[in-house]
Design a protein around this ligand. Structure first.
Ligand SMILES: NC(=O)C1=CN([C@@H]2O[C@H](COP(=O)(O)OP(=O)(O)OC[C@H]3O[C@@H](n4cnc5c(N)ncnc54)[C@H](OP(=O)(O)O)[C@@H]3O)[C@@H](O)[C@H]2O)C=CC1
Ligand SMILES: Nc1c(N[C@@H]2O[C@H](COP(=O)(O)O)[C@@H](O)[C@H]2O)[nH]c(=O)[nH]c1=O
Length: 376
């Protein structure tokens, strides 16, 4: 199920606080950074905040620049992004500025919360999602029903923590502000719980006035049959590697990456690399890893083409090499066509021996591009 691109945006103090414990909202961003936030808001389809932020800050969540609003309209988009909030309790003030400024609003809630919001006369599309709203369902609804492709999440800490722990985040925009709060009651950005194990990927650092913007993306593969944003990053890389293969009229160009459960890249390779005219991408990548590496059973293999099941040039096909290496998760873009082998079914073989195979067809164009001359 496709989900929107989820961008978490937050500003924190040097001691990691989102706010102080006082009644007024703490301004952590510099004026230049608030303008940068406005630019990001103007670029998205929807902005989401949790009910805690609505109660604490009474925000408007507008695109403030008239030029940016005009550019949205000129581009055929609504003047303002859709405003989204989430509440289990339904305990939201119908007079809050959120409901009475900007464009359309939607509130995701529980069945009980929906009754309460309707009784209060809240001016928004009220969408009940069962007893305890589930984030994946909510994102699917935004994508499928509201057409949201890019979602900016502007807090607070509870919402940011849940989305990151559930592996639903594509990108984090974190601003570090040069001030210290020092109050143990002040809210923190990320709470305790289970996050991905390893390091996130740093995409950018930028000084904006006196604050520093850091952009990160998660790196850890998903588990089982569900794809997470990091899976798409690694499969995109496998497709880029496929484009680096020496051309051939008798074999596919394929790229592969092996990634540990904590997001550490273990190996990458492409077909026919290092002067071997027949080596396959998955085979070459696995050959770079110590077979006793304890990270292999938890690893994911990303391959632009599904792993092969029959080979003339080697005793073991790639699907078998993957299973023998102990890997139990494969993400691929493209099922093997009948070009060289009829009814190859690497996915079937892998699944029959207990591996999860995730096919992400949105990457098929990138995976097939270096092979177009073979496809007739
Ligand atoms: N510096 C910054 O960049 C930012 C700072 N902030 C600060 O953060 C603080 C607010 O953070 P916080 O209190 O954590 O609040 P949040 O904005 O994260 O909202 C939490 C609330 O959202 C609702 N909610 C969360 N998850 C779900 C779910 N799965 N299903 C249904 N409802 C859900 C619940 O509402 P309910 O209780 O109604 O059921 C919950 O209490 C404020 O002090 C604010 O100023 C906020 C944004 C940005
Ligand atoms: N304090 C703080 C942020 N707070 C966020 O901005 C929201 C209010 O926006 P507005 O309605 O436009 O005033 C607020 O509810 C919260 O989501 N954001 C930041 O980038 N930097 C900051 O320092």
């Amino acid at each position: 199920m496709p989900l929107p691109h989820v961008l978490l945006s937050a500003a924190v103090s040097l001691d990691g606080c989102l706010d102080d414990a006082g009644p007024d909202r703490l301004l952590l961003s510099s004026p230049a950074d608030f303008d940068r936030v406005d630019e990001v808001r103007a670029s998205v389809d929807a902005i989401l905040v949790g009910a805690g932020t609505l109660r604490a800050d009474n925000p408007r969540l507008l695109v403030n620049s008239p030029e940016r609003r005009a550019a949205r309209v000129a581009g055929g988009r609504p003047e303002y992004p859709l405003k989204v909030t989430v509440t289990a309790s339904g305990d939201l003030d119908p007079r809050a500025r959120f409901w009475h400024t900007g464009g359309e609003k939607v509130v995701y809630t529980s069945d009980k919360g929906a009754r309460r919001l309707r009784d209060a006369g809240v001016a928004a599309d009220i969408v009940p999602l069962g007893a305890e709203p589930d984030w994946r369902l909510l994102l699917e609804h935004l994508h499928d029903v509201r057409g949201v492709r890019r979602l900016m999440v502007e807090g607070g800490g509870t919402v940011h923590t849940q989305l990151l722990q559930r592996r639903l985040v594509d990108e984090i925009h974190l601003v570090l502000a040069p001030l210290l709060v020092g109050d143990p009651r002040a809210p923190r950005l990320f709470g305790p719980g289970a996050y991905q194990g390893g390091r996130l990927r740093l995409l950018e650092t930028r000084a904006v006035g006196d604050v520093v913007l850091m952009r990160y993306e998660p790196t850890a593969p998903g588990t089982g049959a569900l794809a997470v944003p990091a899976d798409r990053h690694w499969l995109r890389l496998a497709c880029e590697l496929a484009a680096q293969c020496p051309p051939s009229r008798t074999a596919f160009s394929v790229g592969a990456v092996v990634v540990a459960a904590d997001g550490t890249e273990l190996a990458r390779a492409h077909s026919r690399e290092a002067g071997d005219p027949v080596v396959h991408a998955e085979e070459a990548a696995l050959a770079k890893i110590d077979p006793a590496d304890p990270r292999l059973p938890g690893a994911t293999v990303y391959s632009s083409l599904e792993p092969c099941t029959r080979r003339a040039s080697r005793p073991r096909p790639c699907a078998r090499l993957i299973l023998d290496a102990g890997v139990r998760r494969v993400v691929t873009a493209w099922r093997e066509p009948d070009t060289f082998v009829r009814a190859a079914d690497g996915t079937g073989l892998l699944r029959s021996e207990g591996a999860d195979v995730v096919v992400l067809p949105e990457f098929e164009p990138a995976a097939t591009a270096p092979n177009r001359h073979l496809l007739g």
